[in-house]
Design a protein. Structure first.
Length: 512
């Protein structure tokens, strides 16, 4: 007779409050419900405010990716005003956003994801003692180094934008303040130091050597080529993760989404497709097609929101909270983001697939999406950004920091969208301005995609689906579940006030 149980897991280390409810039969996950237990409510908070207030309010949505929300808000107002941002305005905006990415990617990998390698569930792993030395919370060598080095690189955002987090230096038409050349020279010093540390400690090789890795076979060659490759954080991720079977977990349904990001200046040595460094697109497997923002919609059938039929485009969307706390069908404050009627995974792995990166295309073909591939894409994304950051910083310095803002005129009436790639994936802000005030504001975050509940058709969200079929060895410490969900880099504060829980049949907490 099949033994079934319901397991409730409050997932720690996620930004915000995330709870997973799993149905387990004979040790295998057969169903999953992802619940964001916080109501964000920034959208109704903005209604009736001045047109520019989103630049100050929305960066407070999240303390990790505040620059990202600022960029999306500024781009939405650019669209309303028809603003054309000058080249140096684009470069300085992009540099600040990229700094937030390169620190978040390493912090999440070491402090959130790889911290699970030090979980007692892995005590029998041959690399467990080394994992403890590296990743033990508040004590591991890699953890302490990561905190120190990522803190330093964030100084660049402070020099460009005045502070981090929650800066508001981006405005319609560019940026409100341009740093002095001396400050930019200091930014270059900080960036060079971070690159040096990243190459030595994280990659274990130069960025140029890593970017030559273009297939699974080339990855194997790279890993065996040098002790420094094996001992870097990337090498350890691969060695530990493979022995732990992370390349065989959490596939999901194989659909991927990128809004595209980092607009290219008109005059720059940097190249990219469709005027962006990170291309936009939708993919099923490695079959990539163009992205059409008209196909984005949000469903609320499983969300503690006032009901409407089917899905709505965010430009017509509503955020009207409604929750008794006892309804079985509705189980999350998060809405269900959908593209062309279906769920889609977003984040660094999706970006690499849509960009046609040969390494990740090969990994997808041979192994499918999995936690190890997602985390490898995240931990190595700085290698794709750091060289471009150096070019754009040099180009700004060479111009003497001229032409960083162009007045777009008053913001009276209109609608616009700011669509970019956040550290966790596709982020969109949709705004309507009427008589100089915000009439409507909607935010769809990466975790609104990855951590979505079921839609009006009953289809699971990406990480709900990725959990199906996972074997849970110890229901009191379901580490396998943590590996899968953390590979999506959950951020619930962006997506969803604590509500009273009903009766549960089993409860566990993922600790380390």
């Amino acid at each position: 007779m099949s033994v079934r149980k319901i397991l409730d897991i409050p997932l720690n280390r996620a930004e915000g409050d995330l709870e997973l409810r799993l149905e387990i039969a004979d040790g295998i996950v057969v169903d999953a419900w992802s619940s964001g237990t916080m109501f964000r409510g920034f959208e109704p908070l903005l209604v009736g405010r001045g047109a520019l207030d989103g630049l100050v309010v929305t960066p407070r949505i999240c303390g990790i990716c505040s620059t990202t929300h600022l960029m999306a808000a500024a781009k939405a107002l650019d669209a309303v005003a028809g603003a054309k941002v000058p080249d140096n305005g684009l470069r300085l905006r992009n540099l600040a956003l990229m700094v937030e990415h390169i620190q978040s990617d390493v912090r999440q990998s070491v402090l959130m994801f790889m911290a699970d390698f030090a979980n007692p569930a892995h005590r029998g792993h041959p690399l467990y003692d080394e994992a403890l030395r590296r990743y033990a919370p508040l004590a591991g060598q890699s953890a302490l180094e990561t905190v120190r080095e990522t803190k330093r690189v964030l100084e660049i955002i402070a020099m460009i934008g005045g502070q981090w987090p929650h800066s508001s230096f981006m405005v319609p038409g560019g940026i409100a303040y341009a740093p002095h050349v001396a400050e930019l020279l200091q930014c270059r010093h900080v960036l060079d130091a971070y690159r040096s540390w990243y190459e030595r400690r994280v990659l274990g090789c130069s960025i140029e050597r890593w970017r030559a890795v273009d297939s699974l076979a080339a990855l194997e060659t790279w890993l065996e080529e040098s002790a420094s490759h094996r001992d870097g954080e990337v090498g350890f991720l691969l060695r530990f993760g493979r022995l732990a079977g992370l390349d065989r977990l959490g596939r999901g349904d194989g659909a991927f989404l990128s809004y595209g990001s980092l607009d290219l200046p008109a005059e720059t040595a940097v190249q990219g497709g469709d005027g962006k460094l990170i291309p936009a697109g939708f993919a099923r497997g490695n079959r990539v097609e163009g992205f059409d923002p008209a196909w984005v919609a949000e469903h609320v059938a499983s969300s503690w929101s006032a009901d409407y039929e089917g899905g709505r485009h965010p430009a017509e969307g509503e955020t009207v909270p409604y929750a008794s706390g006892e309804e079985g069908r509705k189980y999350s404050w998060a809405k269900a983001a959908r593209y062309r009627g279906g769920p889609a995974e977003t984040g660094p792995f999706a970006e690499r697939v849509i960009a046609g990166d040969p390494l990740f295309a090969d990994l997808l073909d041979r192994q499918g999406p999995n936690p190890l591939a997602r985390q490898l894409a995240r931990l190595t994304r700085p290698a794709t950004l750091l060289p471009t950051m150096a070019v754009w910083l040099a180009e700004v310095i060479a111009t003497g920091v001229q032409d960083f803002y162009r007045d777009p005129g008053p913001l009276e009436n209109g609608s616009g969208a700011g669509l970019i790639e956040a550290a966790r994936g596709a982020l969109g802000h949709w705004v309507t301005i009427k008589h100089g005030r915000i009439e409507r504001y909607q935010v769809v975050t990466p975790t609104g995609w990855n951590g979505s509940p079921r839609d009006s058709g009953g289809v699971r969200g990406p990480w709900e689906e990725a959990l199906i079929g996972i074997a849970v060895a110890d229901p009191d410490n379901p580490i396998e579940v943590g590996h899968v969900v953390r590979s999506f880099d959950p951020c619930l504060v962006c997506t969803v006030h604590t509500v009273r829980k009903g009766r549960t049949l089993g409860r566990a907490r993922l600790d380390c």
